[in-house]
Structures are given as C-alpha cells and as structure tokens.
Design a protein around this ligand. Structure first.
Ligand SMILES: Cc1ncc(COP(=O)(O)O)c(C=O)c1O
Length: 378
C-alpha cells in the first residue's frame, strides 16, 4: 500500500517535480542547465525580495543554519538566539562550537518569545546578530518575525537571521518587508522537493558584513566560495545537484502559477480546517492560538493513547506521521500540511486518522473529523 507522507518534511513530491529528478543528468556546464540554474536564482531573489544573493547549495537545512551563522558572526562576538523549540536550540551547539558569545531567549514550548523581550536584550548593546526560527517544527509555533524585524532594524550593527526551513513558501515572509538580512530554507518542506538542497538569501547588508569579516574557518559554506557561482552559474566550485535544481525549478514554476499570496492563503485555510478536525478527534494543538503555524500541527494525544502504537497503526492505515522530539518525544503526533499536499491527501489522512483513533478509542464516532474539515473547507 502506498503510504501518504504526512510528516513535517519531507512532504509529498508531486509528479511534475519527481519527473525532473528522473531526467537524464547532464554536465553542470551544459548550457541548458546553466540557464535553468540562473533562472532559479533569479526567481528566488525576486519572489523573496532579495537585493543581495541567493545561495542554492547541496545540503540540508542544518547546513544553511551553519552557513548563516558562519558568514555573519565570528569567535567572541555577541549573538542573540531566539528559540521556540528544538530547532532553535540547534543553533546553541553551532554557536558554541564556533566560540561565539551566545545569549539565548527561550520560550516555553507552545509559546513564542515576544518582540519586547528581544528589544530588552538588544538594549544591552554589542550584539552582532539575532536569529529566530519562523516555524519551529518541534512545537508548531509561528514566531512574529515581522514584528521582531521592526525591533532589530533599530540596531544598526545587528544582522537579522531567520530560519525559514519550515515556513518559506508556506508562511508569509519577505526579506524587504520583514527587514530580514539572512533567510534560509530546505527543499523538502513547503517547496515540496525531495531533501538535499538548501537555499539561503543574503541581502546586501549581510554580504557587506561577510566582506568585513575577512577569512573565516569554514570552507564549504563560505559565501565567498559560492558567490562567483551564483553570479555566473557556468562556473564551478563544487558540483551542483543538477536534478534537484531542476526539481526546484519546477516547484518554483508551480508556486508562481498558484501565486505566493494564494499559496499562503491555502496554507492558512488548510491549517484551520485540519486543526478543527484534529480537535474533533480529541487531540489538543500544542501551540497557543495566537502563534500557531500553518505548515504543520503538533498534537497532544487524548488520554490513554500511546504514541508508538498509534503511529504504527496509522502507518498500517496508510499514513506516515512523525512523533514528538525533545521534551515531547513519545507524547506528540506531528502532521505536516504544507507544500503541495492537496485537499485529497488531507482528506485521506484524516480518514486514516479516524480509523486509527477508532481502534484505540472505540467511542470515537467515525466521520466527526472529516465533517469538521469539510465544514471549514467546503
Ligand atoms: C525549523 C527547522 N530548522 C532546521 C531544520 C534542520 O533541517 P534539516 O533536517 O534539513 O537539516 C529543521 C528540520 O526539520 C527545521 O524544521
């Protein structure tokens, strides 16, 4: 049986994207590929309003985290990390290994750090950068990146980094409108491409910061190694993942066809309807209503339902979902509803969830969740 891929990334890969990965691979100097790569970079720059450079590099979101930090802050400099969960916390070790002078603002899981809290810390002075995770995939919390951007822009020396791994192409975010200097994501989430590519947008301001840093210890993720390639895609530094770049090109074509605004709206409508359905089944959404993401849902089980058993049964019913991480390991079900997951897929997912829930809670009335979804998303 085909299993629906409903973990919060990788997300379902639609046929037209998958076909690009099955194409005959060409040389990276092939004129057709060089032109396609150039188009991808230009589109990404335009769509997310970047006046600097976009780096499209083989690697996952974690590489992008390291790249963002390595090219912005150096040993001994002050860096403020705003963390709303497990993925925000990942920056702690990255910063510590680099000997960066780290300050951490952590929210309780399910809640978000506020712009005021960020301001209070930045007032102490001397910070070189702030990083925020727009959607922390461990909690399903959406951080107020726009409002934090309004705060950060008052501090001339501070570069604003946003982790958009679980948000870009699903949640509204834009370098210019949100005063973001560095934004990054991975191919496997709201772009609906298989894992393996990272994208990082760096505006002029952040490129100037990199310039002022001189040589950095990192090699593969040094902006200066990649800048010549992003500016002229016929050049070589390290082999580009040709078929993944084609897949990304197709994903971008689909996004342009849908338009970003309609895509954001679709994510919001789907998230609302899915969350109505989850609640109708007895799940509780962890994130507070005021800061709930639209790309995934992080659900606490109803009394007496065991996580491992539930997900095993759910897989037998045809749906792969993820468990919790960190403090919610064994206590949480995480379901992605981002990227190109269509309405049929969401409805099939809910039907499988209902069958699974009926197995564990015989009093669950089949159809309740589907009805809640259809009422909200008719
Ligand atoms: C918000 C966020 N940041 C970073 C990462 C790390 O990305 P990757 O697993 O692609 O290295 C993830 C992964 O899920 C994530 O959700």
């Amino acid at each position: 049986m085909k299993k629906l891929l409903m973990i919060p990334g990788p997300t379902p890969v639609v046929d037209s994207i998958r076909e690009q990965m099955g194409r005959d691979t060409v040389a990276f100097g092939d004129p057709g590929f060089v032109a396609d790569f150039k188009q991808v970079i230009q589109d990404l720059k335009n769509m997310w309003s970047c006046d600097g450079e976009v780096f499209v590099v083989a690697g996952s979101g974690t590489l992008a985290m390291e790249m963002a930090l390595a090219n912005t802050v150096t040993k001994g400099e002050k860096f403020l990390l705003v963390s709303n969960g497990f993925f925000g916390d990942r920056f702690i070790e990255i910063a510590e290994r680099k000997g960066i002078d780290l300050t951490v603002l952590q929210a309780e899981w399910g809640d978000t750090v506020t712009p005021q809290q960020v301001d209070d810390v930045l007032k102490q002075g001397g910070f070189k950068a702030v990083a925020v995770t727009q959607v922390d995939t461990s909690t399903g919390v959406l951080a107020p990146v726009h409002e934090i951007g309004q705060v950060v822009k008052q501090y001339e020396d501070v570069i604003y980094i946003v982790d958009g791994v679980c948000s870009v192409a699903g949640e509204p975010v834009n370098l210019k409108d949100d005063q973001i200097d560095v934004l990054f994501t991975g191919s496997q989430k709201a772009f609906g491409v298989s894992p393996g590519l990272m994208m990082l947008w760096a505006n002029q301001r952040s490129l100037q910061r990199r310039q002022a840093m001189g040589q950095i210890p990192e090699y593969y993720c040094d902006y200066h190694k990649w800048l010549p390639i992003m500016q002229d895609t016929a050049k070589y530094f390290a082999t580009p993942p040709i078929n993944l770049i084609w897949a990304l090109q197709e994903s971008i074509r689909l996004i342009k066809e849908e338009t970003l605004n309609q895509r954001y709206q679709r994510h919001q409508d789907n998230a609302f309807a899915m969350q109505q359905a989850f609640e109708a089944m007895g799940f509780q959404v962890l994130a507070k209503k005021e800061c709930r993401a639209h790309t995934l849902s992080n659900l606490l089980y109803p009394e007496g339902v065991d996580d491992a058993e539930f997900r095993t049964k759910l897989a037998q019913e045809g749906v792969q979902a993820a468990g919790g991480v960190g403090q919610y390991a064994g206590k949480m079900l995480r379901i992605g509803h981002m990227g190109n997951a269509d309405r049929h897929t969401l409805i099939a997912t809910l039907a499988a969830l209902e069958r699974t829930m009926k197995h564990f809670r015989p009093d669950h009335e089949l159809g309740q969740a589907l009805t809640a979804f259809l009422k909200a998303r008719s």
